[in-house]
Write a protein that binds this ligand. Structure first.
Ligand code: RAM
Length: 342
């Protein structure tokens, strides 16, 4: 056989080997659509945030990926590039087609995502929501970061504390369809009605998981409500965006700012006085807890109240809603923000 024929034969063999190795149970493992192949028998867990590229969701995903590796599961992370419910539905449909074993979703819109999640469940895929729930009948479990009533009442109390119990405030939320922000807002309103007769909620403005939109909305709020004394910014991009606008308008301390954000995202603003407090939970632990629960479901294990989750701690389990609750929220201020790094 000539050298040329041998070379052609070897090249053909290599090409076939490459093709065959890519035919396993492969899924996209990030937004660039890079394919990874799960080893046979290895379960694949796909995490779908409200939006890819948000530090909050990417931090949870980094921790989830490490936890999945420790538990012998293949992890993939993919999602919409904006907090768009229709985009998120398409991403989930694609993962169903790729036959992942577990879907983990933070829903942009609980109603919009329910049909495709039910389709996943019918296809034998375990469905977990984390951070923002879907309709409860469209998932097997909801991993919630904290108790909505506690968080909502606490944020309202933080507003009242900053404005001396009287005056006007506004809420800068994420998307108007987001189930987590909406349940927190409901509890804020309940606390407002129950405890603060001299405080008025002027409006609720959306910022769609977009820090630039939060910046612009804050400018609009200050112009539209000249007596505004505080803003409660309810997303980890809304509060930094609002702080930037307050700083740019020279309103540090004149319009008080509280809300939900990471300590790293708010450090400079808490120290400068553009913001008074930020509240959140350990985002990495939320990612770890979610993967631990995925393994529990895959192994047919039960979830019990007060069960101790490695590296996370004791969790609550609300059986009636198939809901795990990780723990209490933390407040970050200029005095303690340096103690945290996430
Ligand atoms: C953003 C998202 C997320 C929410 C946090 C507080 O990152 O809206 O769903 O939990 O803020």
């Amino acid at each position: 056989m000539s050298r040329k024929t041998i070379a052609l034969f070897v090249a053909t063999l290599l090409a076939m080997a490459t093709l065959l190795s890519g035919c396993g149970n492969s899924v996209a493992n990030n937004t660039t659509g890079q394919q990874q192949t799960a080893k046979s028998g290895e379960k694949t867990v796909a995490m779908v945030p409200k939006v890819i590229g948000s530090p909050y969701f990417d931090t949870a995903a980094d921790a989830a990926k490490k936890a999945a590796a420790q538990l012998g599961m293949k992890f993939t992370y993919t999602g919409p590039t904006t907090a768009d419910a229709a985009q998120q539905v398409n991403v989930i449909q694609d993962l169903i087609n790729k036959k992942v074993d577990v879907l983990i979703v933070s829903a942009n819109d609980p109603d919009a995502v329910a049909p495709v999640l039910k389709k996943a469940m019918s296809a034998g895929i375990k469905v977990i929501t984390y951070d923002a729930d879907s309709n409860p009948d469209a998932r097997d479990l909801f991993v919630n970061q904290t108790t909505p009533e506690i968080l909502g009442r606490h944020i309202m109390d933080n507003v009242a504390k900053e404005i001396g119990g009287k005056g006007e405030f506004a809420i800068l939320t994420a998307s108007l369809t987001a189930s987590n922000q909406n349940v927190w807002i409901n509890w804020m309103k309940d606390q407002l009605a129950a405890k603060y007769p001299d405080i008025k909620l002027d409006t609720i403005a959306p910022s769609e998981e977009d820090q630039q939109k939060a910046f612009a909305q804050t400018q609009n709020l200050v112009k539209a409500y000249p007596n505004l004394k505080a803003i409660a910014a309810l997303s980890t991009v809304a509060e930094p965006g609002a702080a930037q606008a307050i700083e740019q308008m020279g309103l540090d301390g004149k319009v008080k700012l509280v809300g939900l954000a990471t300590p790293n995202g708010m450090k400079q603003y808490l120290k400068s006085g553009a913001a008074q407090s930020a509240t959140l939970w350990d985002v990495g632990k939320l990612g770890e807890l979610t993967i631990y629960m995925a393994k529990q479901l895959l192994d047919g294990q039960t979830v019990a109240n007060d069960m101790d989750v490695p590296n996370v701690g004791k969790i609550q389990y609300v059986a009636g809603n198939k809901e795990v609750i990780m723990g209490a929220p933390l407040d970050f201020t200029k005095d303690n923000v340096d103690q945290f790094n996430f």
